[in-house]
Design a binder for this molecule. Structure first.
Ligand code: HEM
Length: 437
């Protein structure tokens, strides 16, 4: 679809019944019907609103919005539920403030820094390996969904707070952030608990500013960051918003990816065996180091394929600031645009036999040949996930350590069901028989 033609633009086709998309089951179920009936750009009217919303499932149209003309789009609806927690953190902010925050934070995600931060990922996984070893020796059943949630939370907390993570946990008699892995919508105490966390972070920020302990973690980088024009540091409130943003954005997405990747490895033991053999040839079974992670090609492909089939962020949105057009279609200012990586990743134009699990779709030559926005588990353009490289390192390290030691045999009797809320989860926890290799 080309972005510029000379014809008068028209409104895209769509169903007559008004519908407001959201991260819920009704939207998840309706999308394939709209796509089948109306094509890759669908207009949905909304009761009481002049501008409805569009669903975009065309890779060119998506590229136009996220990359080429990104300046005309701000974050769309859907973040309201988390805004209370994340304030004006970079996942929700827009415009000049977002640009400033992203510039301040981006240096923490350059590869040299991430290579240093890897020690926290190693530490969390080393402890988890001990725990899994005991389970494997007993031939026990392991709940990988819960394990992955706990592990991912620990990884992001250690990377943000460094040595102070253990100090906070000791002081509080347990990990004060642990409730974040539970279903927050069912927890009436959640607002109070969040206030408690804000206070904890505020105290930590003050303590760091006053005592200046030697630290090398994300918080240290955020504290040291200075605006290149004004020389200003982030305020306490800005820091707290960003810390909360990183905790929320960085743990469940990674946990879900671990969960799905284990699912596919258990379902495809031949793939697990190939990945295991490759890892062993690189590490000999020891804790992987930064330089080694890039050599785990099989597991990179498996994780990428898991992210294609079950992208944790399955639906996200933008709102048009000014009028725009995509091909023949008009996009009036104020229109909300919805993009679903889940359905785009099944588009027959880019993904033959899309439901089949095939990690070799991510062979380097196949990746190069593909449309640049046919695969967007981390979004694309300037608002692309800042943690994408970190997340892949986290995955590579986890499987690089665990696969050579453990074999997981899928044994859940429940049929696999999806839970398409803010993130796309499995409705039931996945359990496996764990055995030593
Ligand atoms: C496999 C794991 C992950 C997936 C699938 C994922 C996915 C995404 C997606 C799709 C977006 C863009 C959302 C939008 O445009 O509306 C995003 C943004 C973001 N992610 Fe991730 N993410 C992952 C891991 C992480 C991690 C580990 C961190 C932190 C260390 C992180 C931090 C962020 C932040 C801060 C943003 C906002 C960036 C901005 O708007 O400038 N993510 N992520």
């Amino acid at each position: 679809m080309s972005a510029d033609t000379h014809r008068e633009p028209i409104l895209p086709p769509g169903p007559e019944t008004p519908f407001t998309p959201d991260t819920n089951e009704a939207t998840f179920a309706a999308i394939p019907q709209w796509l089948a009936a109306h094509g890759d750009v669908v207009r949905l009217s909304a009761e009481g609103r002049r501008h409805g919303s569009y669903l975009l499932n065309d890779a060119d149209a998506i590229r136009h919005v996220l990359v080429k003309n990104h300046a005309n789009y701000r974050k769309g609806p859907g973040f309201n539920r988390v805004k209370m927690l994340l304030g004006n953190g970079i996942i929700v902010s827009d415009g000049a403030f977002w640009r400033r925050q992203r510039r301040l934070i981006q240096p923490a995600f350059n590869r040299k820094v991430l290579a240093r931060m890897l020690r926290f990922v190693q530490q969390a996984n080393a402890a988890r390996r001990e725990r899994w070893q005991a389970l494997a020796d007993a031939g026990a059943v392991i709940d990988v969904t819960t394990e992955a949630a706990d592990l991912s939370l620990e990884v992001i907390l250690r990377t943000l707070f460094g040595e102070d993570f253990d100090r906070l946990t000791d002081q509080q008699g347990g990990n004060p952030f642990a409730f974040l892995t539970e279903d927050l919508t069912r927890d009436m105490q959640v607002v109070l608990r969040f206030r408690g966390l804000m206070k904890l972070m505020q105290d930590l920020i003050h303590w760091r500013r006053e005592t200046r302990p030697e630290r090398d973690d994300f918080l240290a980088m955020f504290l040291d960051a200075r605006d290149r024009d004004t020389g200003e540091a982030m305020s306490d409130k800005e820091l707290i918003d960003e810390l909360m943003t990183f905790i929320i954005a960085g743990h469940e997405t990674s946990a879900i990816t671990l969960n799905w990747t284990w699912y596919f490895l258990a379902r495809h033991p031949e793939e697990a065996e190939r990945a295991r053999a490759e890892i062993l040839s690189v590490t000999g079974g020891a804790m992987p180091g930064y330089e080694q992670l890039g050599r785990f090609e099989r597991i990179r492909r498996v994780v990428s394929e898991a992210l294609r089939l079950y992208p944790p962020v399955w639906l996200f949105s933008r709102t048009a600031i000014g009028d725009d057009r995509i091909g023949d279609y008009a996009i009036p200012a104020g229109t909300d645009l919805f993009i679903s990586p889940y359905y785009l990743h099944r588009h027959p134009a880019h993904w033959p036999d899309a439901e089949a699990f095939d990690p070799d779709r991510f062979a380097p030559e196949a990746e190069k040949a593909r449309h640049p926005t046919a695969y967007i588990p981390f979004s694309a353009g300037p608002r692309r996930c800042i943690g994408d490289v970190f997340a892949m390192l986290e995955m590579q390290l986890h499987f690089g350590l665990m696969l050579p030691r453990f074999s997981l045999e899928y044994r859940d009797e429940q049929p696999l069901e999806l839970e398409p809320f803010i993130n796309l989860r499995t409705r039931h926890n996945l359990r496996y028989r764990i055995t030593p290799v």
